[in-house]
Design a protein around this ligand. Sequence first.
Ligand code: BGC
Ligand code: NOJ
Length: 819
Amino acid sequence: MQFGHFDDTHREYVITQPDTPLPWINYLGSQDYFGIISNTAGGYSFFRDARLRRLTRYRYNNAPLDSNGRYVYLRDDDSRQFWSPTWQPTRRDLQDYTCRHGLGYTVIASTYQGIRAAIRYFVPLNETLEIWQLTLTNQRADAAHLSVFSAVEFCLWDAQDDATNFQRNFNTAQVEVSDGVIYHKTEYRERRNHFAYFAGSETLAGFDTQREAFLGEYRGWDNPAVVERGESTNSIAQGWQPIGSHHVPVTLQPNETRQIVFLLGYHENPPDQKFDPPNSQTINKRTVAPVIARYRDPANVAAAFDALRAHWDDLLERFQVKTPDVHTNRMVNLWNAYQCMATFNLSRSASLYESGIGRGIGFRDSNQDLLGAVHMAPARARARILDIAATQLESGGAYHQYQPLTKRGNNDIGSNFNDDPLWLILAVAAYIKETGDWTILEERVPYDNQPGTEQPLFEHLQRCIRYTLDRLGPHGLPLIGRADWNDCLNLNCFSDTPGESFQTTTNKDGKIAESVLIAGLFVVAAEELAALMERHVDDAGASVVYPDAAQKIRTTGLQHGWGGRWLRRADDAAGRKIGSHECDEGKIFIESQGWCVMAGIGLADGHAEKALASVKEQLATPHGIVLQQPAFSRYYLNLGEISSYPPGYKENASVFCHSNPWIMIAEAVVGHGDQAHDYYTRINPSAREAISDVHRCEPYVYAQMIAGRDAPTHGEAKNSWLTGTAAWNYVAITQWILGVRPTFDGLMIDPCIPRAWDGFKATRGFRGAMYHITVENPEHICRGIRSVQVDGKSIAHNVIPIFGEGTHQVHLVMGERST
Ligand code: BGC
Ligand code: NOJ
């Protein structure tokens, strides 16, 4: 069952029913000002940091699930009926409801009693404001006398404090209203120099800024007293809950169309120019006035929207494919790339499942997110790498998270996730392969943001490697620390206290529990660093250190990690094997199979193929590959959070989608194109669209998890949008299955595709040039290259040179190499 459809031509997903199984959201904004918006206009906005600079209030986990948003009410002043054209919050029986989620914008449209309304929400590029563009058309035979009411509820900036500290917050709210603009200025009189504003293009009949005055006592957003009455109260908030609402009366003749614009924005004044006049307590509005004036003009709004579209077209043009599979095309050309930008922008901070309060920018998360976005945002990727590296510690370890606003490591979560540093190497390598910008290695970056500790990024990378080598366990494999990529495998935690954080509790000295995943990741990272050094550093000694270290861990990984038919996952704090056939539960885990094959462990002697066969046999389901089996049926003190989840959910044996592409890549590494693409398709959201009633999350983006076979809701997705699944699936399909892979020395084309495919076409922008790639598969094989031509000339290998400019034709024929 579906609740909408893809409009590939317009690059939109069109939702045709407002009561989707869950709110289906989109993101507005791409740099500083962001918002989430659901298919019924729920959601909120923030400036840079969803916790510390929240503009509008949102009540997560409310009933209905998605209340509070960017609401517009329409009232028929003759019949006194009112409704919301976005369905929520009034939930009337609308005709022709559609929500079009596009790239950085959402349009929600409907008809009710002969009044057609469409609202386009978007954030103009390089602005810290959002636009609501409301278009009204009277389809009735008679003139319509309408009232339009806008409504947002302001947040008192720090979303955590806003949701908890009521004894203070019910006293602090302040607003100003001037020239039809509502200014929210709580705490502006003291230490803040920022405020929010809510403006409109029309002359107002009235306004409200106090929630209770607008809604009326004991009423909700579905039934505001002001809208029912058709008249604002011109309330000025004093403490309690500040809101913004405008009242715009509109008369529409039959067939007449009118456009009304609302602007919601964030603005900062220089600290010494906060007030006007200077010694007053009144906001200096001169600095924001030109911005408001600009977007009160519909021509500028239209131009800003066109610029936004052009921006996305430009980003997406850098990689487009045409394969025989519509789901591959759709995800690669549009939605997966788009989701990669969202995860790059927001890490795990703000979605419908991430409250914007708990988690800032994750060290491992953002390094991985970058892998899917670097070709679209190379300059921002560079800046991000330097920000991340500045939260590294002198030991080589890293803060697990930092706040985007302050860019400082988050002490509450701290450090000691022993995989963290290694991801930085992968991110830097991906950045240099994409851009050829070796200068990043020389950038001087501090440790823990402490001035005076700056060293070249290159030194940071070396410390990442040393951090692992300084922390090897009894068998010579990396110690796991608090956890590795699997945050819930807490082998040193041993928590029996309710509510204690699994992430930060450590009751063992950490000198025994080892991770086979980190072993594989280490090998990949050490080889990347070796390749960097080979090209960049004139140091013969160093260029053997890293390959040697990689080889040693590779050998140990196989010797100690091999469990008979697959790779084990870890050793616990008592040295017992985890992920072994000897275990009662959790006999086989996905992560070590993927990473060890990527590391080349067991490739030469068939162990890799054996491990992948075990994955297929024991972990693969029609809804994707589950994280481990059998699921843990009880809580294990020595394993921690993983066993806290009921079987089939989250890390306890759900299809934890982030780890699936590692197996796709591994299958591609061993040449199994059919299997790789089959796994790709199982979790591809577009390919799951037809079962939207089972999947329940948005069919246009990946979710973190799909309930596993042990769960009663097998196939149901959760935690959509902000997940490493986005970047890794993008890497798996583009670089390993289609095989279009940036390297330090050129653009490698190494397809490993389903044998049924006749081939595919791709265009790839790379280092200033555009590559038009045609792959033919006449013998219907998965992998193998017979010939490669570049601009009509044969070349003897499959790494296409760096041209730096122009358009180049690459023609690759698969088959046995004839030479
Ligand atoms: C989740 C993990 C997540 C971790 C982050 C856990 O509760 O299950 O997926 O990585 O929290 O703190
Ligand atoms: C989600 C977290 O964001 C990520 O850091 C972690 O690796 C996975 N969960 C697996 O636990």
